[in-house]
Design a protein. Structure first.
Length: 420
């Protein structure tokens, strides 16, 4: 029996919600958003929304979200819902810091992966072996991880130099680097504040400036994940477990084994994201450091329709909104209200074209209210800036919900031999 005989997921019937955006259309949309962003920057004078520093910060904040999302992707493609990503990230932050301050940052990275994988093993045993509800198990992992790390911190960090019960001692840096010549040139071009050209320079400059080696590894894991899951026999078998495990079993696939492997890899990715937070994003472990990024990573995965490329776009969006807290937030968010209002106008026009007149009217009213909000204020409250990543998460999920397709057997109970 060859791997080619493993049942592929049945093609979805054409109809509502089944249409996918082609690559040229997606690139056209991205280009349009860049043009509108540049126009808004010129109108508002908020040059920070496309600055090199803003984009560099956004990339750094997107990495742990993206790693958590990749973890969720691996688990759910095998049919296991992983709500426990947050807890696995928490374990990654603690294990990474605990090993990092004693034996160096790279050792901390390895231990962070191991910490996340330990949480994943518990989740796998509960959901795969004992058929515990996936949501219940994931929430239990989150609670267990939070309590365990707080308990362990009292015995490890509290008596360590410069540590406390809620903070680890400082960890040595992995270091950063720029792309020689290119980084400086793009930063200078971004500083010219030219229409569109400077905005593109800021976007690309943020991707090649002040990079951590771990950032490069994390970005590389996106295409690696796509290649493994969609271009190898191993990936075909794993995805068949998430689509139709009974059919996969009938063709000789060890469904339990592939689910376990996927969930453990999932935890390792989430743990790596946690280690990134405690070693790269800040050089210490802090209680509550993940701040819900595991859940946002799960949202990025859903936004990306359970695909690595879409997930990366979602992580970048949430990382960008999160970075507004650190760089001119009140002014930049105020400018982005105008951008959002313009995008909503296009959304209303699209609904009219689709002859959905009532939703179009509601959307147009929402756009008008945003224009009034922008025109009547000069900046937004700081509290809104803090809440922006979570507001964007809810908006994106609510607007994209109609075109999503999760793996067919995702979250469903499975017992070996149940198809006989």
């Amino acid at each position: 029996m060859t791997t080619a005989t493993v049942a592929k997921p049945k093609a979805q019937q054409p109809g509502k919600g089944s249409r996918r955006i082609s690559l040229p259309a997606l690139l056209l949309i991205i280009a349009g958003v860049l043009v509108l962003t540049s126009i808004v920057r010129l109108i508002t004078g908020a040059d920070g929304i496309t600055s090199t520093g803003q984009m560099s910060t956004a990339l750094r904040l997107a990495v742990p979200i993206g790693l958590a999302g990749l973890g969720g992707l691996w688990a759910e493609r095998s049919g296991v819902v992983n709500i426990g990503l947050e807890g696995m990230m928490i374990l990654g932050t603690w294990f990474g810091a605990w090993a990092g301050y004693q034996w160096g940052p790279w050792t901390g990275v390895v231990f962070g992966i191991v910490g996340g994988a330990l949480g994943a093993i518990l989740h796998a045993i509960a959901t795969i072996t004992f058929n515990v509800n996936h949501i219940v198990s994931g929430v239990a992992i989150n609670i267990l991880a939070l309590g365990t790390t707080r308990y362990l911190s009292k015995f490890t960090f509290e008596n360590a130099p410069q540590g406390s019960s809620k903070q680890s001692p400082p960890i040595d840096s992995l270091g950063t680097f720029d792309i020689p010549g290119l980084s400086h040139w793009l930063d200078a071009l971004n500083g010219k504040h030219w229409f569109l050209v400077s905005d593109i320079a800021g976007l690309i400059g943020g991707l090649v400036t002040d990079l951590s080696p771990l950032t490069v590894i994390a970005v590389a894991l996106v295409p690696v994940t796509w290649w493994v899951l969609w271009r190898t026999a191993f990936g075909l078998r794993l995805r068949s477990c998430g689509e139709n495990p009974v059919a996969a079993e009938s063709l000789g696939v060890n469904v339990y084994k592939y689910k376990y492997i996927a969930v453990i890899i999932s935890g390792g990715f989430a743990g790596l994201g946690g280690a990134f937070l405690s070693i790269v994003a800040s050089n210490v472990y802090l209680d509550g450091q993940t701040a819900g990024r595991g859940y946002i990573g799960l949202a990025a995965m859903i936004f990306g329709n359970w695909m690595p490329g879409g997930l990366a776009l979602g992580a970048g969006l949430f990382g960008y909104t999160d970075s507004l807290n650190l760089r001119g937030g009140t002014t930049n968010v105020h400018a982005l209200i105008l951008l959002l209002a313009i995008l909503v106008v296009f959304g209303a026009a699209y609904l009219v074209w689709k002859k959905k007149y009532v939703p179009a009217l509601i959307t147009a009213v929402a756009a008008a209210l945003m224009f009034v909000w922008y025109a009547s204020t000069k900046e937004v409250p700081a509290q809104l800036v803090t809440a922006t990543p979570y507001i964007v998460t809810l908006l994106v999920l609510s607007l994209s919900a109609q075109s999503l397709r999760m793996p067919k057997a995702d979250g469903l109970p499975y017992r070996k031999g149940q198809g006989k």
